[in-house]
Design a protein. Structure first.
Length: 316
């Protein structure tokens, strides 16, 4: 009894594993697999006896065992090559209904395959009688002893599933076939309508400006070169020629020839200071000399005394 329960559990596990496979492959591919299974059953029924006896004559083995091995091998190879190979020969994207149909067909194919294998056991190994492990089981006995009812049930389920699929597909086609376009009612224009042949007055303030200079096409679409700024690099050393040419920038005023003149013209003439030069220099009228004397006087006036210098040195 335990062996029968284990056999039923093993058969049920195989059938449950075929469900996701059929759901993944779709109904059309599983129909090809069912056609391959039927072809394999016909070939095994016609050629298993002959090939089994031929192998038994050349190999020291009982003819029943050789016939059983040949029948199972033909059933497996033809179903895999013809059925699953034909399904893989074309591209197919099943929808939700096709996947459900494929899972159902895969379950039925598995039931027929397992029932046929158990019938091969009783036909070639036990001389037409079913073993006790199959007789005491529930699922195994239903698939082997009641294979006639299994075939009728499989045919009826396939027909009902096909009719249901056709109804669902026909409804989907009716819903999507007649598509009425959505009509939008445009309100009439509120302003005056211009006729087709009437001349259109051009408003000058709305005319787009036209470029006066013709720019070549390759320059319009030329790539813009952006100089990469590298803050981590040190600036290049100054060129001596640039320093000699830009000497006027160091003079107060910032421009060549205008610093000294602008400074002297904007300021009133300085008063003569006591002991700040010779009388002939003050009466010479040279503006450059007055500016130089003024700078020297400012330096002398801002120079710290001896005590302040000593105090600064002590602080440092």
């Amino acid at each position: 009894m335990v062996q029968s329960i284990v056999l039923d559990g093993l058969l049920l596990l195989i059938l449950m594993l075929l469900l996701p496979l059929g759901f993944f492959r779709g109904g059309m591919r599983e129909v090809c697999s069912a056609a391959g299974l039927l072809l394999a059953l016909l070939i095994a029924d016609e050629w298993a006896d002959r090939w089994g006896r031929w192998i038994a004559d050349r190999v020291d083995v009982r003819s029943g065992i050789a016939q059983f091995v040949v029948a199972v091998a033909v059933l497996t190879i033809v179903t895999a090559v013809v059925g699953y190979g034909a399904g893989a020969g074309f591209s197919y994207r099943p929808g939700p209904g096709g996947r459900i149909y494929g899972g159902l067909i895969a379950l039925l194919i598995g039931a027929l395959f397992l029932g046929s294998v158990m019938n091969f056991v009783s036909r070639f190994l036990t001389d037409g009688t079913h073993p006790a492990v199959i007789e005491d089981a529930y699922l195994a006995r239903a698939l082997s002893v009641g294979i006639d009812w299994v075939l009728l049930g499989v045919g009826l389920i396939v027909v009902l599933a096909t009719i249901l699929g056709m109804i669902v597909r026909e409804r989907d086609a009716d819903e999507h076939e007649l598509q009425v376009p959505y009509q939008v009612q445009v309100p009439p224009p509120s302003g005056p309508v211009r006729r087709q042949g009437a001349a259109h007055q051009v408003t000058l303030d709305k005319v787009e400006p036209v470029a006066s200079v013709d720019v070549p096409v390759h320059e319009r679409t030329a790539a813009v070169t952006v100089k990469q700024v590298r803050h981590w690099e040190e600036p290049p050393p100054p060129n001596p020629s640039d320093l000699a040419a830009n000497w006027h920038r160091t003079w107060p005023g910032g421009t060549r020839g205008s610093s000294l003149r602008a400074r002297t013209e904007s300021k009133p003439p300085p008063r003569p200071m006591e002991g700040s030069g010779r009388p002939d220099d003050q009466s010479s009228g040279s503006r450059d000399a007055r500016v130089i004397r003024e700078w020297l006087a400012d330096d002398e006036r801002n120079k710290p005394s001896g005590s302040e210098r000593n105090r600064l040195e002590l602080d440092e």
